[in-house]
Unconditional design. Structure first.
Ligand code: C2E
Ligand code: MG
Ligand code: MG
Ligand code: MG
Length: 291
């Protein structure tokens, strides 16, 4: 595997990469270079209300436009950025981009919510709330425009500190979402104590819910759990009309997935929003036989 990467002329993260190796130092300097020379790209993937089809906002997903490798997906460098602490630079870049994008969308008549993924390291960063405050003030965007997505595992790494940071961010008005819900190791006791607003059901459950009864039951239970706790619930991985209908039938609030749109460069998002035609989510459409 490593040899193959070298053939391509660059290094990318792989699970065995030792963060003190030469390979790793090269990757780190490439990442620094990427930030300084505008090689990172903000992609946005729409989130819609499954009952009305209305666009609610989008999830911000990073891409690395590498001069030789093309668009590098986040899983190829995010774990490495987390290991080395570089993630705080990347998170800050994403937050800045999102605050700008949100301000621009609002000015065009679309005050939408943008969700940003945070990692464990970000939750340990005591300066994050202060930096966030400055950012929101500079861009003049209301704090409830930004949603922070955190995984269960990131919280459970150090629940006390996570609780502290998240408490401060929530008090500032930011919305908090638990990402990939059901895949991590989590504790309902913490879920109860966290100032969370939203649960996101992992796509691994949603993508198979039509054919796998167990997955369907997990999706249904998660939706009920969220609603019983007063939280809103989002399904990831909505890949076809059938899953939209099933989720809507289960009262899932929002959906995100390839059936609605793939992640797109931020510059295309406004155009997409203007032209989005939801399937007419009338009772008739919802009750037609699954295609
Ligand atoms: P995530 O936060 O769970 O994001 C959802 C992932 O599911 C995205 O992959 C998205 O493209 C993909 N997806 C959405 N709808 C569908 C669908 O219908 N079918 C399928 N097969 N996939 C779908 P992506 O963009 O490759 O990101 C992967 C992960 O990388 C994210 O998972 C997140 O954990 C991480 N990530 C991405 N951007 C950032 C970032 O800026 N910061 C941090 N810390 N992590 C990020
Ligand atoms: Mg996410
Ligand atoms: Mg997710
Ligand atoms: Mg996921």
């Amino acid at each position: 595997y490593a040899a193959k990467q070298q053939q391509a002329g660059t290094v990318v993260y792989h699970p065995g990469l030792d963060s003190t190796s030469e390979e790793s130092l090269t990757l780190l300097s490439e990442l620094r270079y990427a930030v300084d020379h505008n090689q990172l790209r903000l992609f946005l993937q729409p989130k819609v209300n499954l009952r009305t089809g209305q666009v609610i906002g989008a999830e911000a997903l990073v891409r690395w436009e590498h001069p030789e490798r093309g668009l590098v997906p986040p899983m190829r460098f995010i774990p490495f950025a987390e290991q080395t602490g570089f993630i705080s630079t990347l998170t800050h870049w994403m937050l800045e981009q999102c605050a700008q994008a949100a301000a621009h969308l609002a000015a065009e008549g679309f005050p939408l919510k943008l969700s940003v993924n945070l990692s464990t390291r970000d939750l340990m960063d005591q300066d994050l709330p202060t930096r966030m405050e400055q950012l929101l003030a500079t861009q003049r965007v209301p704090s409830n425009t930004l949603v922070l997505e955190i995984t269960e595992s990131a919280i459970m790494d150090d629940p006390q500190r996570a609780l502290q940071t998240l408490g401060r961010l929530h008090a500032m008005g930011l919305r908090l979402s638990i990402d990939d819900f059901g895949t991590g190791y989590s504790s309902l006791a913490y879920l109860k104590r966290l100032p969370v607003d939203e649960l996101k059901i992992d796509k691994s459950f949603v993508m198979n819910m039509e054919s796998d009864l167990q997955d369907a039951k997990i999706v249904r239970s998660t939706i009920d759990l969220a609603h019983n706790l007063g939280l809103s619930v989002v399904a990831e991985g909505v890949e076809n009309a059938k899953s939209w209908k099933l989720l809507s039938g289960l009262s899932c609030d929002e959906g995100q997935g390839y059936f609605i749109a793939r992640p797109m460069p931020a510059a295309q998002f406004l155009h997409w929003v203007r032209h989005w035609q939801p399937p007419d989510t009338t009772d008739e459409w919802l009750s037609t036989e699954f295609a």
